[in-house]
Design a protein around this ligand. Structure first.
Ligand code: NAP
Length: 234
């Protein structure tokens, strides 16, 4: 019996950890859709992968724009018929070094739009089809900044957005039932534009746990929070 390759979509994948997740999933033989809010940057990333011998698709997506999510859903259905794996990677960090008592409400709003509502819209677009087809993997790229058990005063809007993304993961895992495995993870402190050049981890290492969660076997975990392929406290 031959198996069709799984179809995976990664948000915010023109650079950083998202691009590396696309690369690793494509190497494993999945059919991957790289998405980016800037079509030029997204297509450049696709060309870059092509030069390395990897063929991936491209679709434009701004996770903060509900119309963009709707248009994406229609294009995925028209071109690919289904989606098996969703990686909610796109994220922003606007308030490093700021204090919870004086962070601008606009900063909080923008952060929640990207880091929480975006993943929520994408799950609403794709999880119902996964449930119907009895197969799905959803990976939310969170952070230990959102870990309630150890939370201090670091980047308040960002940290609250990632704690909320973790809560969304629990809700979606419930909605996903036994066939759609929904998990959240921390990539560690990774050398990207967000993490900075002084971060200790490579993107390869940062993407590893997400790729593992995106390709879990059917008896894999759901509703968990992971780092380095191990469950960590909420
Ligand atoms: P990055 O280098 O800053 O890349 C972020 C990506 O998200 C970019 O491709 C960016 O696109 C995209 N993006 C931002 N807003 C978007 C939107 N509205 N719609 C679509 N795409 C959007 O960050 P990274 O380090 O790779 O981070 C990836 C994920 O890992 C984030 O969720 C982050 O919170 C998480 N994380 C990172 C670290 C770390 O140390 N790096 C640690 C913990 C968690 P543009 O190029 O268009 O801006």
């Amino acid at each position: 019996m031959t198996h069709e390759p799984k179809i995976a979509l990664v948000t915010g994948a023109n650079r950083g950890i998202g691009l590396e997740i696309v690369r690793q999933l494509a190497r494993l033989g999945l059919q991957v859709i790289l998405t980016a809010r800037d079509a030029t940057k997204g297509r450049q990333a696709v060309q870059h992968l092509k030069a390395d011998g990897l063929e991936v698709g491209f679709l434009e997506l701004d996770v903060t724009d509900a119309m963009s999510v709707l248009a994406l859903k229609e294009k995925v259905e028209a071109r690919y018929e289904r989606l098996d794996v969703l990686v909610n990677n796109a994220g922003i960090l606007l308030d490093e070094g700021e204090n919870v008592l004086d962070v601008e409400p606009e900063t909080v709003r923008k952060t929640l739009e990207s880091n929480l509502i975006g993943p929520w819209l994408l799950c609403e677009a794709f999880v119902p089809g996964m449930v119907r087809r009895k197969y799905g993997r959803v990976v939310n790229i969170s952070s230990t900044a959102g870990q309630l058990s150890s939370m201090g005063g670091y980047a308040p809007a960002y940290s609250v957005s990632k704690a909320a993304l973790n809560a969304l993961t629990r809700q979606m895992a419930y909605a996903g039932g036994k066939h759609v495995l929904v998990n959240t993870m921390c990539p560690g402190w990774v050398r990207t534009d967000m993490g900075g050049s002084g971060a200790p981890r490579s993107v390869e290492k940062g993407a590893e746990t997400a790729v593992w969660l995106a390709t879990l076997p059917k008896d894999g975990p759901t509703g968990g929070f992971f780092r380095d392929k191990k469950a960590i406290p909420w």
